[in-house]
Every structure is written in structure tokens, then in C-alpha cells.
Design a protein around this ligand. Structure first.
Ligand code: FBP
Length: 262
């Protein structure tokens, strides 16, 4: 069994990771619908929900807020990231050393990997360094595996997403986060080729409760181990209600209808 198979950011083998690195990746535009979500305290509070297995943030937010939440939140240190103002070929700066993240109390690292980018080689080498440093400290390793770049025409097609999940396996992630490839069959193939790594679905832009829960239900039935979600939670007026429903679909094998009380 792989060293990190039972990752720090899973419960009963499943994951519900709350990602909140959007202030860096997309900018404050992601907070406009629910302005309170710009305040990290609001979202740290959401991350204390029982169903949340890990909270993915960048260094600045972690240093400022995590010490007040260390008993209630499992810290997933998102160690690289780039702003939306970067106009070059997809790349992600390593903003946080694994050593510093571990010192702060992180139990896992998150790392964006853009397979297919002209920067893939350097990113793979950076991932190797981070993955090995995490292994040395018994930290979990979560790869945000997002193939993209000038040569890639379809970054959510079935074969691309299967390649994305396989890259996580090949390079040594414990959990690989991929975009939903649009169908149960494609999601199942992405899970089938990922060896003993766990594949989780990325949340994407905000949709209705029903649409989102149904997609999560489909992904789970296809073999996914959970979800890593941001906007579909923190862009809601009542994120806790959706987390309650996600808990039922992800951890209690309920359908979207059951979770919605239909
Ligand atoms: P969402 O569920 O809001 O899409 O969050 C997941 C995530 O991977 C974030 O961690 C990251 O900030 C964002 O999506 C990146 O999205 P994109 O690569 O599409 O810009």
C-alpha cells in the first residue's frame, strides 16, 4: 500500500476538501456574490463543519488565521498558486515550503500540476521536491491535476481527465483532484486508471443545489472518493446547508434526492 494511502485529509477513505485559494487564483471577483466570503474568518468557520476533511489555503491566510482554528480545522497547505493576472503558459509559483507548512501544523499539502503546459517539466520537478518533503513528514499529498496549455484543446474531455488522474498516480499523489469529465463513464475511467490513489472531483463554478449534488452523486457512483470544492460552497448564502447535504451524498451513500429531502 502506498505510504499516504490513508491520507490525513480523508475520513473513512473519503474526502470533502474545502478549497479557499481563490483570492489568489481568481482574485476578489469570486467574493462579489457573497461579500462576507472575502473575510477568511467566515470561511474558516465554514471549514469547521464535521464533514470537511481538509481546508486548502495559501500561506498568508494560514499564518494569520489557522492558529485560532487548529483544534477544529485540518490544514491542507496549498503550496503553489498563481494569480489570474499571469498571462503566460500555465504555471504555478511555489509560494510555501513544505517545511514551513509542517511547522504551522499542516497535515497535507496541495499542489497544482498543469500537465501539458510548456512548463510541465519544471512543475514536475517542483512537485517531486514537495512530495518527497511531505513524505518525510508523513503529510498527505493532494494534486490539483489540471492539464492545460497552448497545445491542449479540451481540458475536461474524458481522455484528458483520465490522463490527469493517472498523472497523480504516476507522480506520487495520494489524492488527485480532477475536473468532472462530463459523464459517469468518463469519471469511472479516470478512477479506474488511477491505481490505488483516490480521485476527487473539483467543484467548479457555482450551480444549483440539485445540479451540483446530482453531479457529486454520479461521480461517487463512478468511483470517486469525494470532492474538493470551493465556490459551490462559499458562494452560497448558507454554505452549511449544502455541506450537510454533501455529507449525506459523500459519506452516507445517499442520493441527491435523499439529501435534498425530496
Ligand atoms: P472551485 O470548486 O471553486 O472550482 O475550486 C476548486 C479550485 O481548484 C480552487 O482550488 C482553485 O482556486 C480553482 O478551482 C481553480 O480553478 P481554475 O483552474 O478553473 O481557475
Amino acid at each position: 500500500m502506498r505510504p499516504g494511502a490513508d491520507s490525513a485529509v480523508t475520513h473513512s477513505g473519503k474526502a470533502l476538501i474545502l478549497a479557499y485559494d481563490h483570492g489568489l487564483e481568481h482574485g476578489p471577483v469570486d467574493f462579489e456574490d457573497v461579500p462576507a466570503s472575502a473575510d477568511p474568518e467566515t470561511v474558516f468557520d465554514v471549514a469547521t463543519h464535521d464533514a470537511v476533511t481538509g481546508f486548502g489555503v495559501q500561506k498568508g491566510l494560514a499564518e494569520a488565521y489557522y492558529p485560532s482554528y487548529e483544534n477544529d480545522v485540518t490544514l491542507l497547505a496549498k503550496v503553489n498558486g498563481t494569480s489570474n493576472m499571469w498571462m503566460g503558459e500555465p504555471d504555478s509559483a511555489v509560494n510555501w515550503s513544505v517545511e514551513s507548512a509542517a511547522d504551522l501544523g499542516a497535515e497535507a499539502i496541495g499542489f497544482t500540476f498543469y500537465g501539458g503546459s510548456n512548463n510541465e517539466v519544471e512543475m514536475a520537478e517542483e512537485f517531486r521536491d514537495a512530495q518527497e518533503a511531505a513524505r518525510d513528514r508523513d503529510m498527505g499529498v493532494v494534486m490539483w491535476s489540471y492539464p492545460r496549455g497552448q497545445g491542449l484543446k479540451d481540458d475536461t474531455g474524458g481522455s484528458t481527465i483520465a490522463y490527469a488522474s493517472r498523472l497523480g498516480f504516476e507522480l506520487g499523489a495520494d489524492i488527485t483532484k480532477v475536473k468532472y469529465p462530463g459523464s459517469a463513464d468518463a469519471m469511472q475511467w479516470a478512477c479506474d486508471v488511477a491505481g490505488d490513489t483516490k480521485v476527487v472531483m473539483s467543484g467548479g463554478s457555482k450551480t444549483s443545489d440539485r445540479e451540483f449534488l446530482e453531479t457529486v452523486e454520479t461521480a461517487m457512483s463512478a468511483g470517486a472518493s469525494g470532492l474538493a470544492v470551493g465556490r459551490n460552497v462559499f458562494q452560497r448564502e448558507n454554505p452549511t446547508e449544502l455541506l450537510d447535504a454533501l455529507e449525506q451524498v459523500i459519506f452516507e451513500d445517499e442520493t441527491a434526492d435523499e439529501a435534498l429531502g425530496v
